[in-house]
Design a protein around this ligand. Structure first.
Ligand code: GUN
Length: 290
């Protein structure tokens, strides 16, 4: 038997349509147009593509989108000054500084300088604290998107054993917090974990976020498990693959996200959701349910 495919492209499209409808309502009722500003420093080719997509999709949802493109030689002081200016701008509800940053700039200092209410990446320590604590902050986009896809395959994950492979600030740690928030039993494994295949085989929910092409093999997957593959890796032959050996895992899992077309499209969809939420909170209007 072959696993159910979890269609991230369709889920992102549906989410974007809900956000666009909510934005239209905010404009009509409150004269509020949510605004996202993206900051790109340098000319990393992948980052350029991501920033272009973010601008395009933000506009398509009816929101304001601006981008600041700084040269690779920009100093930390320049980026900090820009962030502080955007913090003060009432028309900017969301700020996203694209990572990675050039070496002379400390990303932690940039994230710390951001107004947490505008931190649509959910990376600021205030948002991290809220994520692990009482909730109510802005939730990192890729983990948020992963959870929306998980809920399609497993509407009630409470009590399930979730194994997260990877412990990054962008995915592994926040997705672990979200799974714990859904009453899962959570194991966070990583490159130094002993007997990773055995740990993964215990997972009802397996989230792969290590950035190693096809590392998770089919025999690491418990029969019937839900597999969420967050990896996007380009192979030397040009193929795009996840962190999971898709065909092997598909034969064993109950449900699985493909790469491409799984978690990837959900990241920008959740960025739009966060921008909407941030704008409503800053204006003091109710957040529309999506
Ligand atoms: N670079 C890769 N992923 C991300 C992300 O989620 N946010 C930002 N700001 N940069 C990234």
């Amino acid at each position: 038997m072959s696993a159910q495919l979890i269609d991230g492209k369709a889920a992102a499209k549906a989410s974007n349509a809900s956000v666009a409808a909510a934005v239209a309502g905010l404009k009509a009722k409150h004269g509020l147009v949510p605004g996202l500003t993206v900051v790109l420093v340098g000319d990393d080719p992948a980052s350029k593509v991501y920033v272009g997509s973010k601008e395009r999709e933000t506009k398509a949802a009816g929101m304001n989108s601006t981008a600041h493109r700084l040269p690779a030689t920009a100093s930390q002081a320049e980026v900090l000054a820009l962030v502080e200016k955007l913090n003060r701008d009432p028309d900017v509800h969301g700020i996203l500084v694209q990572l990675p940053l050039p070496r002379q700039i400390n990303p932690d200092a940039i994230i710390a300088a951001m107004n947490p209410a505008k931190d649509v990446d959910g990376f600021h320590a205030v948002n991290t604290g809220l994520l692990w604590g009482q909730g109510g902050g802005l939730v990192p986009c890729t983990p948020q998107g992963s959870m929306l896809l998980l809920r399609q395959a497993m509407p009630k994950p409470a009590g399930a054993h979730a194994v997260v492979v990877g412990r990054s600030m962008i995915v592994g740690k926040p997705v672990a917090a979200l799974l714990l928030g859904q009453d899962c039993t959570v194991t966070v494994a990583h490159s130094k974990s002993r007997d990773l295949p055995a740990i993964c085989r215990g997972a009802d929910i397996l989230v792969a976020a290590v950035g190693r092409p096809e590392m998770v093999r089919g025999d690491w997957v418990k029969p019937g498990a839900v597999v969420i593959d967050v990896g996007i890796n380009r192979l030397p032959d040009g193929r795009l693959v996840g962190d999971v050996a898709f065909e092997e895992a598909r034969a064993v899992a109950g449900a699985i996200t493909p790469v491409p077309g799984g978690v990837g499209p959900m990241t920008i969809a959740c960025l739009l959701r966060n921008t909407l939420v941030a704008a409503c909170r800053q204006r003091g209007v109710p957040v529309p349910s999506l």
